[in-house]
Design a protein around this ligand. Structure first.
Ligand code: CP
Ligand code: NVA
Length: 303
């Protein structure tokens, strides 16, 4: 049994398979062709934080694969009333075939997986957001081909998205130029990566963007850090992706943002709504890559 708790849980060759499979699943979806390998399978989705894209893509995706979904939140289950995570994992995993969790600390999802009889997928933790980077790299490949050897500029917080980009770069052979304000750096120990060729740090976000193939950012304040909002607004003022940053990147550079976005904070409207932005493809592709992922975790490689 395999879990998907962080990006490094799959190998480069498994990612190559998943990207091919997601492309096939997407083509069938666009042609209204049924693809239902998961008939009679059930996905439990546990949300301890808000979500639009993750909820809709997993729920719609599982139904499209022929399966069904149970949706739980902290507020409407015993999870919010201190039932031990180990007990919840034992019980829920006896009734469903697959579990997706969005929560706070990575330790929680690791503990859940330890006691689960079925595969567990990380739908975002404070540390990682692997399903999003799966969609982002698939989107890059659709638009520009292989990401190997390319440069991704990360402008902003050293958060769950940044950590996951770094894991992906190490595994798939590309470089991430990271620029964060002081005090919000990526913690390599948390990201679980070595300081190799795949990771370079820049004080100035303009330098991080120079010659990049992809420029990407995220909210200044992630979920769970709301009390830091005012301090972050001050610290991050210079880490706003604008037309000048896109101008120093490669002429055909793409812009990505996992969304939700705050125009005028981490990105200017003319960038996210401009011609280099692929954010809507990026959001849609959550559906297709996660369908490929759920199929892989339950049925292994097909074809
Ligand atoms: N990008 C992303 O995970 O969005 P949601 O928080 O809406 O799920
Ligand atoms: N870094 C953001 C991503 C939201 C999809 C957060 O954790 O809130």
């Amino acid at each position: 049994m395999r879990h998907y708790l962080q990006f490094s849980d799959l190998s480069a060759s498994e990612y190559a398979y998943l990207f091919e499979r997601a492309a096939l699943i997407k083509r069938k979806f666009k042609a209204y062709e049924k693809h239902q390998p998961l008939v009679d399978r059930t996905l439990a989705m546990i949300f301890e934080k808000a979500s639009t894209r993750t909820r809709v893509s997993f729920e719609a995706g599982m139904y499209q694969l022929g399966g069904s979904v149970v949706h739980l939140t902290t507020g409407d289950s015993q999870l919010g009333r201190s039932e031990p995570i180990e007990d919840s994992a034992r019980v829920i995993s006896r009734m469903v075939d697959l579990v997706m969790i969005r929560t706070y600390g990575q330790d929680k999802i690791v503990r859940f997986a330890e006691y689960s009889r079925v595969p567990v997928i990380n739908g975002l933790t404070n540390e990682f957001h692997p399903c999003q980077i799966l969609a982002d790299i698939f989107t890059y490949i659709e638009h520009r081909g292989s990401i190997q050897g390319k440069t991704v500029a990360w402008v902003g917080d050293g958060n769950n998205m940044a950590n996951t980009w770094l894991q992906a770069a190490e595994l798939l052979g590309f470089t991430v130029h990271v620029s964060t304000p002081t005090g919000y750096e990526v913690d390599q120990a948390v990201a679980g990566i070595a300081r190799g060729e795949s990771f370079k740090v820049f004080d100035d976000p303009m330098q991080a963007c120079a010659d990049a193939d992809l420029v990407t950012t995220d909210v200044w304040t992630s979920m769970g850090f709301e009390t830091e909002n005012e301090a972050r607004k001050k610290a991050f003022a210079e880490w706003c992706v604008d037309a000048d940053m896109m101008r120093v990147a490669k002429p055909d550079a793409l812009f990505m943002h996992c969304l939700p976005a705050h125009r005028g904070e981490e990105v200017q409207a003319d960038v996210i709504d401009g011609p280099q932005s692929v954010v809507w493809d990026e959001a849609e592709n959550r559906l297709h890559v996660q369908k490929a992922l759920m199929e892989f975790l339950l049925l292994g490689r097909l074809a």
